[in-house]
Design a protein around this ligand. Structure first.
Ligand code: CP
Ligand code: NVA
Length: 305
């Protein structure tokens, strides 16, 4: 990778101090925004946003966030670029770097993101791949800390599919020093390399047999769709995931003040019931809002020194 660039690839590729700086910065920027202050540190800067998969939150929050910071955005979809006619990622990275100040990409294989970052001469931001979703987890930590204070030593519980969002949560557990229980059905385990990295970096991760065991005394219960983008061939709502559904009975095992998180979009009646996602534990719309504030801090970290 071009030396000295601040890419935001994963929570494992950014050190804990920088992540903490961004979280604190996000909180401060949010406060100033709500107080009506306007600041334009990224005036004259442009962000290219490439989407190889659908998005509502990521697309709008990066677009609005960049504009709030005084910058501009260019929305691109892979299929409409020459990328879709097999121009290489490497050449695309080199060309875009001549026009814009940063590139954000949501794509399929994680290697595509890495290849983009290897060849770009501007910062590259991961807006979700098949493997990870670090911007989501930055927003989740920001949300947790707004409601419950420092995340250190708290207990998070994940129940459902072992997917990209979980991989970033696993990395966060090591970086931010919270405990993480995981309950997933056989065959849906997270990739072992994330667990190994986290454990090697002080992560406290426990796999449990049941969702009830995972959630016991948890400060925060997290789930996500059973069928991620690009996995539509997998059966939806299958019995195999039903024991991992977050419903009122499951939430009773968590602490009485536990938060419920979901990155959205939710499949109500599958991974979570209406009672929980619309209920008193749920902070899902705070999480969605905090995508904006967390990513503004990521953009500022990448683009200002
Ligand atoms: N949570 C999230 O990334 O949502 P979108 O797919 O709508 O961007
Ligand atoms: N795991 C989900 C997250 C969507 C924001 C997916 O990849 O589709």
């Amino acid at each position: 990778m071009a030396s000295g660039l601040r890419h935001f690839i994963d929570l494992s590729t950014v050190d804990a101090q920088d992540l903490r700086f961004m979280l604190d910065d996000a909180r401060a920027r949010k406060k100033r925004l709500k107080a009506g202050e306007r600041e334009k540190p990224l005036e004259g800067k442009a962000l290219a946003m490439i989407f190889d998969k659908p998005s509502t939150r990521t697309r709008v929050s990066f677009d609005v966030g960049m504009r709030q910071l005084g910058g501009e955005t260019i929305m691109l979809t892979g299929a409409e670029m020459q990328l879709g006619r097999s121009e290489t990622i490497a050449d695309t990275a080199k060309v875009l770097s001549r026009y814009v100040d940063a590139i954000m990409i949501r794509t399929t294989a994680h290697e595509r993101l890495l290849e983009l970052a290897e060849n770009a001469t501007v910062p590259v931001i991961n807006a979700l791949t098949d493997d990870t979703h670090p911007c989501q987890i930055m927003a989740d930590i920001l949300t947790f800390e707004e409601h419950r204070g420092p995340v250190k030593d708290k207990l998070f519980a994940w129940t459902g599919d072992g997917n990209n969002v979980l991989h970033s949560l696993i990395e966060a557990s090591a970086r931010m020093d919270f405990r993480l229980n995981i309950a997933v059905p056989k065959g849906s385990e997270p990739d072992a390399k994330y667990v190994e990295w986290a454990r090697a970096n002080g992560g406290r991760i426990t796999f449990t047999k049941t969702a009830e065991e995972a959630v016991a005394d948890a400060d925060c219960v997290v789930t996500d769709t059973w069928v991620s983008m690009g996995q539509e061939h997998r059966a939806r709502g299958g019995n195999v995931f039903m024991p991992y559904q977050v419903n009122e009975a499951l939430m009773k095992h968590a602490r009485s003040d536990a938060l419920f998180m979901h990155c959205l979009p939710a499949h109500r009646g599958e991974e979570v019931t209406d009672e929980v996602i619309d209920g008193p534990h749920s902070v899902v719309f705070d999480e969605a809002e905090n995508r904006l504030h967390a990513q503004k801090a990521v953009l500022a970290w990448c683009l200002t020194r």
